[in-house]
Design a protein around this ligand. Structure first.
Ligand SMILES: *[C@@H]1O[C@H](CO)[C@@H](O)[C@H](O)[C@H]1NC(C)=O
Ligand SMILES: *[C@@H]1O[C@H](CO)[C@@H](O)[C@H](O)[C@H]1NC(C)=O
Length: 137
């Protein structure tokens, strides 16, 4: 929600930068590589296209510096996204999160509904009635 977006994004980016990226067999791994070279290139291209289209890449979207090989992608948080951008419309299948702010509950519902995919959804709020109401729409 736009009133808390700045603070929320700061915390989200900090949290994301702490995600442990490693060999999946290593203790404490939270993020392994993507499945193939083709998918690695696809994910990196999604992020660079988003940047070209005017979105802001707040973190991630490239190979982490300490990896010389393997199709690892640092998790990306992307803001300043519009609903016409590829990064908003397409399914990335990689560690990429778009953040789109909204002002009203109705606006949030319209944004969530304007998708050809909808693989999963969640409503996060301190207001349980709101969670119940919105999740039923
Ligand atoms: C959105 O883009 C503007 C202009 O580049 C930038 O100043 C601002 O920090 C960005 N906002 C977010 C939330 O990324
Ligand atoms: C969601 O989108 C579909 C397809 O455009 C539409 O039929 C439906 O009424 C929309 N639902 C809401 C809650 O806006």
């Amino acid at each position: 929600q736009e009133k808390i977006a700045g603070e929320f994004l700061d915390k989200l980016v900090k949290w994301t930068k702490n995600i442990k990226i490693s060999d999946p067999f290593e203790e404490g791994c939270r993020l392994g590589p993507v499945v193939s070279k083709g998918q690695y290139e696809r994910v990196v291209k999604f992020v660079s296209n988003a940047r070209k289209e005017g979105a802001t890449v707040l973190c991630g979207g490239a190979r982490p510096g300490h990896f010389k090989k393997g199709y690892f992608v640092e998790p990306a948080i992307i803001s300043n996204v519009t609903t016409s951008m590829e990064i908003w419309r397409d399914e990335v299948f990689g560690p990429v999160l778009c953040v789109k702010t909204f002002s009203t509950e109705d606006e949030a519902i319209q944004l969530a509904n304007d998708s050809q995919y909808g693989l999963a959804g969640a409503v996060l709020s301190n207001d349980l009635e709101r969670c119940d109401r919105v999740s039923k729409v």
